[in-house]
Ligand binder design. Structure first.
Ligand code: FE
Ligand code: ZN
Ligand code: FE
Ligand code: FE
Length: 167
């Protein structure tokens, strides 16, 4: 068997995975925002939706810099994580007050952690392959994902979790 897949090929596949992931996430965040009861949490999901649209723009620039058209390769992991979010929302009538928000934060943070892993790898691949401008774009996305994760932790610790425990 001939071995023909290079590091660059793998990099492109991972980019296509993340490109699909972000597109899936733009469909999921409005559902999370709608389901959230805490206004602060609602706002955080809405703000990250706008950021996510910007991330798709950044990925478009990465593909352009590779002289490629953006392409989606189904991200099964994101699909699964979003399904878990959907299940949480479906369960909402059975959850005590505040518990739904705690569950939505848990789902949101699993997505952010997946993205942090993905962009951490992509940044390093871009560095190793010598794609400086792409590395910058990917590092900017990584920073946003980390900030989104930290924001969710902050909302959980400052309000949502204590409300859920008191219910
Ligand atoms: Fe993202
Ligand atoms: Zn993925
Ligand atoms: Fe994946
Ligand atoms: Fe994100």
């Amino acid at each position: 068997m001939s071995k023909s897949k290079s590091m660059r090929d793998l990099y492109v596949e991972l980019l296509e995975d993340s490109y699909d992931s972000e597109n899936q996430i733009t469909k999921a965040l409005p559902k999370l925002a709608k389901a959230a009861t805490s206004p602060e949490l609602k706002k955080a999901f809405e703000r990250h939706l706008e950021e996510t649209k910007g991330q798709i723009e950044k990925l478009n620039q990465v593909f352009a810099s590779l002289d490629m058209k953006p392409k989606r390769k189904t991200c099964e992991a994101t699909k699964g994580l979003i399904e878990e979010g959907d299940e949480m929302i479906e369960e909402k009538d059975e959850l005590e007050e505040g518990v739904l928000d705690a569950g939505l934060i848990a789902c949101g943070q699993k997505v952010e952690h997946y993205e942090i892993a993905s962009y951490g790898t992509l940044c390093e691949f871009a560095r190793i392959l010598g794609f400086k401008d792409q590395q910058k774009l990917l590092a900017a996305i990584l920073k946003e994902e980390k900030a989104a994760d930290e924001k969710l932790t902050q909302i959980a610790q400052s309000s949502v979790n204590s409300m859920a425990r008191a219910a």
